[in-house]
Design a protein around this ligand. Structure first.
Ligand SMILES: CC(C)(COP(=O)(O)OP(=O)(O)OC[C@H]1O[C@@H](n2cnc3c(N)ncnc32)[C@H](O)[C@@H]1OP(=O)(O)O)[C@@H](O)C(=O)NCCC(=O)NCCS
Length: 169
C-alpha cells in the first residue's frame, strides 16, 4: 500500500472511492463526494493534506484535512475519511490519519478536530474537544466532537471552531 498526496488526475477516482465508502456508513448524507469537490476549491484547502491510499495502481482510501478557524491556533478539520468497503478493517484508515497528522505537524498545525465516532477516532489519539476548551459551532453530542493536539504542551485554544463555508453549502 502506498500513501501519497492526491493529484489532479486522481479526482474522478477519489470521488468514486468516497461515494462507495459512505454507501453503508452509519452516518452519511450521500453527498460526501461533493463535499470533497467543494473543499478542493475552497480557500481552506491544503493540497499537502488531501491524501490517497493506493494499492497496485488502484485508489482504495482517501483523507482530507482543511483549515479551520480556532482562536489563535493554526488548526485543521479532518473530513471526510473514506476507505472502500472491501479494504476496510485493514488499517488503511488508521495509516491515512497517521500520515496526515505527520504532515500537518510538519506544516506547523497545532490541532486537528473531527466530528465522528467516539469508538474510532480515539484510536488515533483524538479526545473530546471539550478537554481542550474547543467548542463546536453547532449542537453535537460532546463525545462525537474530538480534537488531537499535534504537539505536546500546547495551551488549550479556548475557542469555537469556524469551518470553511463549503461545509455548509
Ligand atoms: C471509518 C473508516 C474510514 C475506517 O477505515 P478502516 O480502514 O476500516 O479503519 P482501520 O482498519 O484503520 O480500523 C478499523 C477498526 O476501526 C473500527 N471501525 C471502523 N469504522 C468504525 C466506525 N464507524 N465506528 C467505530 N469503529 C469503527 C473497526 O471495527 C475496526 O476495529 P477492529 O478491526 O478492531 O474490529 C471506514 O470504515 C469507512 O470508510 N467508513 C465509511 C465512511 C465513514 O464512515 N467515514 C468516517 C466518517 S468521516
Amino acid at each position: 500500500m502506498i500513501y501519497r498526496r492526491e493529484e489532479e488526475r486522481d479526482h474522478a477516482e477519489v470521488c468514486r472511492v468516497v461515494e462507495r465508502a459512505f454507501e453503508n456508513a452509519e452516518h452519511r448524507d450521500g453527498t460526501e463526494h461533493e463535499l470533497v469537490a467543494r473543499l478542493r476549491k475552497s480557500g481552506a484547502f491544503v493540497p499537502e493534506l488531501s491524501l490517497v491510499a493506493e494499492e497496485e495502481g488502484r485508489i482504495v482510501g482517501h483523507i482530507m484535512f482543511t483549515r479551520i478557524g480556532l482562536g489563535e491556533a493554526p488548526a485543521l478539520a479532518l473530513a471526510p475519511l473514506s476507505v472502500l468497503p472491501e479494504f476496510q478493517r485493514r488499517g488503511v484508515g488508521s495509516r491515512l490519519m497517521a500520515e496526515g497528522h505527520r504532515i500537518a505537524k510538519e506544516l506547523g498545525y497545532e490541532f486537528s478536530v473531527v466530528l465522528g465516532s467516539e469508538n474510532y477516532y480515539p484510536r488515533a489519539g483524538y479526545r473530546p474537544a471539550s478537554e481542550f476548551a474547543i467548542k463546536a459551532p453547532f449542537d453535537v453530542p460532546e463525545a462525537n466532537f474530538m480534537a488531537l493536539p499535534l504537539r505536546e504542551g500546547l495551551p488549550a485554544p479556548k475557542a469555537a471552531v469556524e469551518y470553511a463555508e463549503e461545509f455548509f453549502a
